[in-house]
Design a protein around this ligand. Structure first.
Ligand code: GLV
Ligand code: MN
Ligand code: MN
Length: 420
């Protein structure tokens, strides 16, 4: 029992909301965009700078700073039983190119704040408690994402990840080497140590909690997703002299495929289908395009629907290729999952005790908790965000939501670390 509890207090009472909010705003300076958002790509100089500041805050609180071979960054508070598997909490600090201040960062800083609160109390939990910033959750620079959590849990091999290149030809291997070289004072540790439980706090990235004026989302599970990359190969030709019937126009073929795929996906309310990346070669106004390259992000909560629609994608592309050639590669397949009831109950109980409204909510977005759920009991806490907007520079949540989520997180971490 922490001394705080002996005096009728809980770890949530020690959360310093002003400090947490200041830190959220400070971290948003790394990769800040002119429209008020954040562009902090995985393993970039902006991320290296943000990691330095995080590590300094952790050391200030007396926490140990560690990293692993994929660059996951950990902050550790010892428990009274240092041999016990730690309770882990965190998220990611990389962003989409037009990202906001809160996606991922809230979960990392809420976990760090919980550790600072626990470290400032005179007592210690039995188990160690750790905060983590997972490497490359977003996958916008190096695809697919979730590299840190997938390497940690052994879902994907590190070697394959290291070979992945960004659009400029920089590999994960070389970008990661720069990150690790910038942290000579951080001790390395192996991937995949035992974890007692994992809890991730995150903004909802949807409108439900705000609309229903509910403070806390107890996440029941995460909807499944499949991601593809499609390369359409045609032939470059003169835009003025080559008759249209003789062309192999890769863009026109790709547009036909996307239109057919969108029809295949069916109900726009139900099936999430997105082509968010589209590149053309040579990308010159008077040259018939010789190559089009695009992404497909397909999501559905029902694994049967996800399986059926995803399996139909290659054939649909081939049926619409016309005179061009097409290659379809599936780069990620993550089924829908449910978090265990015991962790959901810990979160709802903590919210009730703090007098906060809560509801169960399904996550339509992907999170590192998806991977951790295969490794240990895992769960997630959502807080509302303005108009449900995310992956957008105007993403916003209010300080009181940040306060509520981080207070619930602190109490849940304490219970997991000192209980069963
Ligand atoms: C995570 O950012 C996702 O795309 O769901
Ligand atoms: Mn996120
Ligand atoms: Mn995101």
């Amino acid at each position: 029992m922490p001394p705080g509890k002996q005096h009728g207090m809980h770890p949530s009472d020690l959360i310093d909301v002003d400090r947490l909010w200041r830190r959220l705003m400070r971290l948003a300076e790394f990769g800040a965009t002119s429209a008020g958002g954040v562009n902090r790509q995985a393993l970039s100089p902006e991320e290296i700078a943000a990691r330095k500041v995080l590590a300094a805050w952790a050391r200030e609180a007396g926490l140990t700073v560690l990293n692993d071979p994929i660059g996951n960054l950990f902050f550790r508070l010892e428990g009274t039983d240092p041999a016990a598997a730690p309770v882990l909490s965190g998220s990611h600090i990389d962003s989409q190119p037009t990202g906001g201040k809160f996606d991922g960062t809230f979960g990392v800083l809420a976990a760090l704040e919980a550790l600072c609160a626990l470290a400032s109390s005179a007592g210690k939990p039995r188990r160690p408690v750790e905060a983590v910033a997972w490497t490359n959750e977003e996958g916008s620079r190096f695809a697919p994402g979730m590299m840190g959590s997938e390497a940690f849990t052994g879902k994907r091999a590190l070697d394959g990840m290291l070979a992945v290149e960004d659009v400029d030809g920089t590999s994960v291997r070389s970008a990661l080497a720069r990150v690790l070289a910038a942290e000579p004072d951080v001790s390395g540790r192996p991937l995949g140590f035992p974890v007692h439980a994992y809890v991730e706090a995150h903004i909802e990235q949807g409108p439900i909690l705000e609309r229903e004026e509910t403070s806390i989302g107890v996440v029941s599970g995460i909807q499944g997703s499949r991601r593809f990359r499609v390369t359409v190969s045609g032939e470059a030709a003169h835009a003025g002299t080559t008759p249209r019937r003789d062309r192999k126009d890769a863009v026109l073929a790709a547009v036909g495929m996307i239109d057919a795929l969108s029809g295949l996906a069916g109900d726009p309310e139900d099936v999430m289908f997105t082509v968010g990346l589209f590149r053309v070669k040579p990308n010159a106004p008077s040259v018939v395009p010789r190559e089009a390259y695009f992404s497909i992000d397909l999501r559905h909560p029902d694994n049967d629907v996800l399986g059926r629609l995803g399996d139909a994608i290659p054939d649909c592309c081939h049926s619409n290729k016309g005179a061009c050639a097409v290659a379809v590669e599936e780069i990620a397949h993550a089924p829908s999952l449910e978090f265990p009831g015991s962790l959901r109950e810990s979160i709802s109980t903590a919210a009730e005790r703090l007098g906060l409204s809560w509801r169960e909510i399904h996550s339509a977005a992907g999170h590192d908790a998806r991977q951790l759920h295969y490794h240990c009991d895992s769960g997630m806490i959502f807080i509302p965000c303005r108009d449900g907007i995310s992956h957008n520079e105007s993403e916003w949540t209010e300080p009181h939501h940040v306060a509520d989520g981080s207070r619930v997180l602190a109490d849940v971490l304490w219970e997991l670390a000192d209980g069963r």
